[in-house]
Write a protein that binds this ligand. Structure first.
Ligand code: GRF
Length: 193
């Protein structure tokens, strides 16, 4: 459970790798008076991530970390997060696996959004797989991050009907629209708001 610090907004870091559409929705949400979070930091493992433009637009500090390089980077990042008093981490289209040590350092304070109805369809290419398996429904899930991929405690889910003419591309768009609504709802719910 993330620690709420009373009336003060929770300092939050958002981790991205790509488009950053979930980041954009979290930034907009964070600016609402009902939001319990403030986004102080944007972290990307990909220097070319389009989502980094939101750091510029919204004047949010950004750091690019090549996690693959070595554990040192992660240790450096942990120090920065602690120094910036970050109390919540939202993975949003983040395509890097965090180490067990990193996750342990932020136990119960790392959320992720995944484009399927977990625990079904963990991992990648979820839209292609649900269509291939002729599923009637798919969806998206916000969950706590644990050391096992896409397996942490589920916070909230949204079920989405799959139409006969849906392609993986069309489905991805449909699910992403719901993700943008779901992530803010998940944050409100973990703070019982
Ligand atoms: C989203 O479907 C998210 O669930 C997955 O990556 C996709 C892109 O997210 N992890 P974004 O546009 O970069 O937020």
């Amino acid at each position: 459970m993330a620690i709420s610090t009373g009336y003060k907004k929770i300092k939050t870091a958002v981790f991205i790798s790509g488009t950053g559409s979930n980041l954009f929705s979290l930034v907009k949400f964070s600016k609402l008076s009902k939001s319990p979070i403030l986004i102080n930091l944007i972290i990307s493992n990909n220097p070319k991530s389009k989502g980094l433009k939101f750091a510029k637009i919204f004047k949010i500090k950004k750091i690019i970390f090549d996690f693959k390089k070595n554990k040192l980077d992660e240790k450096k990042l942990l120090k920065i997060l602690k120094k910036q008093d970050i109390n919540l981490i939202c993975l949003a289209g983040f395509m890097q696996i965090l180490s067990k040590n990193f996750i342990k350092n932020f136990k119960g304070k790392i959320l992720n959004i995944h484009p399927s109805l977990l625990p079904k369809y963990k991992g990648l290419d979820t839209h292609k797989r649900v269509i291939e398996n002729k599923e009637k429904f798919t969806g998206c899930t916000v969950h706590y991050v644990s050391t096992k991929l896409d397996s942490g405690k589920i916070i909230i889910q949204k079920k989405i009907k799959i139409n006969r003419n849906d392609t993986p591309r069309k489905l991805a768009k449909k699910v992403l629209t719901q993700e943008h609504k779901l992530y803010p709802k998940a944050i409100l719910s973990i703070f019982n708001l």
